[in-house]
Design a protein around this ligand. Structure first.
Ligand code: ASP
Length: 322
C-alpha cells in the first residue's frame, strides 16, 4: 500500500457557504470524510499545516511549506504528497515548490472552485484525483504537478484562467501532461527539463508591474523609490514597452536592480525582435533580463529565488533562459 502525505493549507476546498451565500473557512477540514474513503488507494497521513484563503499566502509561508515537506518526506519516506490549496495563488505555491524541491517523489497540488457544501462541489473529486496521481509511479520525477478537473498540469505552465469555472486551470500553449479517469492515471507527455535551487530563505523585495498603452516611467520610479531588489514587467507582445518607460529602466539598471521581462500575452516568449525605442531589442541592449515563457507571477517568484543566489546580471539571465 502506497503512503501519501496530505498537507492542507486552506482555500475554498476547506470552506463552506453560509446561509447568506458568503464563503469562508471552516474549522474542521471538510475533506475529513473523503480521506476515510481513500483507504483502497493509499494509506493517508494528514498534516493540517494552515487553514487560510490563498490570497493570504506569502512567499515566506510557501518557503516554510517547502521546508515542512523536506523534513517530513526526508524522515518518513512517503510515496507521494498532496497539498490542498486555495486556487487564487495555487500556481504560485506550486511553482515555488517546484523550484525549491529537488527529488523524485510526486508532489501534487489541488483545490476547488466550489466550497464544500455547494451543489456540485469539486473539492472531494479533485482531492481523490490528486491522491491517485501522487500514488502513481509514473508521476515520479515530473516536478510539482497540479491536478484539477481530471487533468494533470505542470507547476511551471499551469495558470488560473477563469474566475469561477471548475475547468479554470489550463496550461496555455502546452496543455496538460496527463489525465485522471476512473481507470487510472495516464501521462501523455513528460517535462523535458527540471530546475531546482537550494536557498536558505526568501528575503528580497520584488514587484510585478503590467504595461499599458500610454504608460510612463512615474509608476516605475515610485516603486523604485520604495527600495526594491528587483522588478518584473509584463510587457506587450514579444516584449516591448512604451518609450516613456525607458529612462526609468535605465535608472534601475544603473542602480544594479534587475528588471525581468515577461509578456502580458498568455502564450509565447519574449524576445529581442523590435529595435525601436522601448522594443525588445532595445530593452535587451539596456540590460533587461528576458524570460522563457513564464507568466509574471511565476517570474517574480523565480527572481526572488535567483536573488538569493546572485545579483550578477549575466548569471540571472542564464537562470531565466532555463
Ligand atoms: N479565494 C479562494 C482562495 O484562493 C479561491 C479558491 O480557493 O478557489 O482561497
Amino acid at each position: 500500500m502506497k503512503k501519501v502525505l496530505v498537507i492542507h493549507t486552506g482555500g475554498t476546498i476547506a470552506m463552506h457557504e453560509d446561509e447568506k451565500g458568503g464563503v469562508q473557512p471552516k474549522e474542521t477540514n471538510p475533506l475529513f470524510a473523503t480521506v476515510e474513503s481513500l483507504t483502497s488507494i493509499a494509506s493517508i497521513e494528514v498534516d493540517d499545516f494552515l487553514n487560510i484563503p490563498s490570497p493570504h499566502m506569502t512567499p515566506e509561508l510557501m518557503f516554510q511549506l517547502a521546508e515542512r515537506l523536506k523534513s517530513r518526506v526526508g524522515n518518513e519516506s512517503f510515496d507521494g504528497v498532496v497539498i490542498t490549496h486555495g486556487t487564487d495563488t495555487l500556481e504560485e505555491t506550486a511553482y515555488l515548490l517546484d523550484l525549491l524541491l529537488d527529488w523524485e517523489v510526486p508532489v501534487v497540488v489541488t483545490g476547488a472552485m466550489r466550497s464544500s457544501n455547494e451543489l456540485g462541489a469539486d473539492g472531494p473529486h479533485n482531492f481523490i484525483s490528486a491522491v491517485k496521481t501522487a500514488a502513481t509511479d509514473e508521476a515520479k520525477g515530473k516536478g510539482v504537478l497540479v491536478v484539477f478537473n481530471d487533468e494533470i498540469h505542470t507547476a511551471k505552465n499551469v495558470t488560473k484562467t477563469h474566475t469561477s469555472n471548475v475547468a479554470t486551470f489550463q496550461s496555455p500553449q502546452y496543455g496538460p501532461i496527463g489525465i485522471v479517469t476512473k481507470r487510472g492515471v495516464t501521462f501523455h507527455h513528460a517535462p523535458s527539463y527540471k530546475e531546482s535551487y537550494t536557498v536558505s530563505s526568501i528575503n528580497h523585495r520584488v514587484v510585478l508591474l503590467k504595461a499599458y498603452a500610454g504608460m510612463d516611467g512615474s509608476v516605475v520610479d515610485a516603486i523604485a523609490d520604495t527600495g526594491i531588489d528587483g522588478l518584473v514587467i509584463e510587457a506587450f507582445g514579444q516584449g516591448n514597452l512604451p518609450p516613456a518607460v525607458v529612462p526609468s529602466i535605465k535608472r534601475l539598471h544603473q542602480a544594479n536592480i534587475p528588471v525581468v521581462l515577461v509578456s502580458r500575452s498568455v502564450s509565447g516568449i519574449v524576445q529581442e525582435t523590435y529595435a525601436y525605442e522601448g522594443g525588445g531589442r532595445h530593452l535587451k541592449d539596456l540590460g533587461v533580463i528576458f524570460t522563457n515563457g513564464l507568466n509574471g507571477q511565476k517570474a517574480r517568484l523565480k527572481l526572488l529565488v535567483a536573488l538569493e543566489l546572485t545579483t550578477d546580471h549575466k548569471r540571472l539571465q542564464e537562470i531565466f533562459f532555463k
